[in-house]
Ligand binder design. Structure first.
Ligand code: HEC
Ligand code: HEC
Ligand code: HEC
Length: 464
């Protein structure tokens, strides 16, 4: 809450003027976007058709006691797919009770409690209230919800699947907890303004399978464009923070991290990865010789994609492979850079660290795990210390993920391994982090990538 003085007439007038201004601005945006929409051929289908065979069983009967455990189990799987727990859990001892701060360019939002608690959660919501939130982005009181709740994607989920998620959420322990109020700046605290946002950035409607594609592809499309909401991070945004439908999956920035281009382009995207590598990345967080999942993607793997069924793994791969490649001028793949260091830098180990010498700092802080050659230790085993050579983070044109990894380390728990790289943020200064990052990109990655201490400071300031 901001503890401002009681509003005076003058502040009221100022607020009204600002509101009018904001409304005018939004109308201008609206006209501009309308023009764009009219000149952009791609329009998404808005239809109520349900997904056919790819889905398996027919409509579930929620009141049929025998069908219930199955329904709840499916709901749990789908809730993982939608990663509801990630955003709606602030404290592991209060799962789904909300309170996690989500930073937006307009201020902070706190996620609501979605446990079945009647006072602070959604215990009093009917199934249709829940459906309306998931499909239309409208809350119980009819208020418009902020799109930080990914209803832009969730709208594509079938009614059956939404009801299955609801059935699962109903089985959670109700937690009495009221999350803090949002801290959004004016005019973004005016929910009604979302009307304009929705008009141009939100197509309400269920997924429509493409009859020309296989059931596998359609199932992948249903998940990726829907509950799994991969585009929330991997698709760039327009000035209104809406997804740019013309550049789907071509990469975007998320809380200081680059969610890389995952189109099938061989240089800019993941066209050079085998299906096995892609599946391995989604299920374990490791694709040997390509990438490891840190930051927001480590969370996605931990909470969501590690649980993918074998069938859904294949569907998601098939769908991603079938997307339009976006090169964006990139001519060499991130994971093709680097060679092991060959001048033995371990001799630097004994020397006192007097300056910000990248090689020295690397030997002192990183080489015990990644080896002074950068080749890692046991690089193809699970629980290995990965090679920094042929690694998308060191070969990326921007060293931001490398820097974020140094600052925050890597934490990722999956069925296959408990992965931990320590965070160096509190031990190393911005100069030191920059020196290590620049040494690592020069030695093991794309030598053109570099970062200044000020840029490290800016990344450090990003709330995680
Ligand atoms: C990327 C973060 C994120 C994910 C993932 C997410 N939510 Fe949310 N959700 C939010 C935010 C933020 C809000 C609050 C929006 C607002 O205040 O307008 C919200 C609001 C809601 C609401 C409305 C609650 C209320 O009290 O108004 C429901 C219901 C909900 N989410 C259910 C889900 C379910 C079910 C899933 C998984 C399928 C899910 N959410 C996944 C961020 C998320
Ligand atoms: C919350 C944001 C977020 C979501 C949601 C998300 N990703 Fe990511 N993704 C990232 C980030 C950030 C990275 C970079 C991770 C790193 O550098 O360690 C990444 C990396 C990847 C990579 C590796 C690319 C490379 O070259 O290193 C793949 C593949 C990928 N994501 C696929 C997916 C798929 C498929 C989905 C949906 C199921 C998805 N992601 C959902 C943020 C996200
Ligand atoms: C205690 C061992 C340890 C130390 C010390 C260590 N790392 Fe790591 N590093 C790891 C582990 C474990 C991973 C994650 C492996 C995985 O994802 O499976 C990792 C991952 C990485 C990645 C890949 C991240 C990604 O998103 O793909 C980079 C880059 C990296 N480390 C650089 C460094 C640098 C630079 C230092 C020194 C400042 C350092 N590491 C210190 C163990 C370590």
């Amino acid at each position: 809450m901001n503890a401002s003085k009681p509003p005076t007439d003058r502040t009221h007038r100022a607020q009204r003027t600002r509101a009018t201004l904001a409304a005018m601005l939004f109308c201008a945006f609206a006209l501009y976007m309308a023009w764009h929409a009219a000149h952009d051929g791609e329009s998404r289908p808005v239809d109520e058709m349900l997904l056919p065979a790819a889905h398996g069983e027919g409509p579930a009967a929620p009141d049929d006691a025998a069908a219930r455990p199955e329904l709840v189990k499916r709901g749990e799987y789908l809730a993982r797919m939608g990663d509801c727990a990630a955003c709606h859990t602030a404290d592991a001892s209060r799962p789904f009770a909300g309170g996690r701060a989500i930073s937006t360019p307009f201020g902070k939002l706190y996620t609501p409690n979605i446990t079945p608690d009647p006072d602070t959660g959604i215990g009093q919501w009917s199934d249709s209230d829940f459906m309306r939130a998931m499909h239309e982005g409208v809350g119980k009181g009819g208020e418009r919800l902020y799109p930080a709740f990914p209803y832009v994607e969730f709208t594509r989920a079938t009614e059956q699947d939404v009801l299955a998620i609801r059935a699962y959420l109903n089985t959670l322990a109700p937690i009495h907890y009221k999350p803090p109020a949002n801290e959004l700046r004016f005019p973004f605290n005016q929910r009604w303004l979302l009307m304009f946002w929705n008009l141009f950035n939100f197509d309400e409607g269920r997924f429509v399978p493409d009859p020309k594609k296989s059931a596998e592809y359609n199932r992948g499309a249903y998940l990726v464009k829907g509950l799994a909401h991969c585009e929330e991070c991997h698709t760039p945004r327009n000035f209104m923070q809406g997804l740019k439908s013309g550049e789907r999956f071509s990469g975007a920035t998320q809380a200081g991290w680059q969610a890389y281009n995952i189109t099938p382009d061989r240089a800019a995207g993941i066209g050079g990865w085998s299906d096995e590598a892609l599946v391995s990345y989604l299920v374990t967080g490791v694709a040997v010789g390509h990438a490891n999942a840190a930051g927001p993607m480590a969370e996605v793997v931990q909470n969501s994609t590690q649980y993918l069924s074998a069938e859904d793994q294949r569907s998601i791969t098939a769908y991603l492979r079938g997307q339009r490649p976006v090169a964006g001028g990139v001519t060499r793949s991130r994971d093709s850079y680097g060679k092991p260091a060959n001048d033995d830098v371990t001799t630097l180990r004994g020397a006192t660290i007097t300056s910000v010498n990248g090689a020295q700092l690397f030997v002192a802080n990183c080489a015990s795990c990644h080896n002074w050659t950068g080749a890692g230790v046991g690089a193809s085993a699970p629980l290995a210390y990965p090679s920094l050579i042929h690694n998308s983070v060191t070969g990326a044109p921007s060293p931001s993920n490398l820097t974020m990894t140094i600052l925050h380390g890597v934490q990722r728990q999956t069925k296959s391994a408990d992965v931990l790289m320590p965070a160096f943020g509190s031990e190393l200064s911005n100069d030191q982090v920059a020196a290590i990052a620049n040494y690592v990109t020069k030695q093991f990655g794309d030598p053109r990538a570099s970062i200044t201490p000020d840029e490290v400071a800016a990344l450090r300031a990003q709330p995680q």
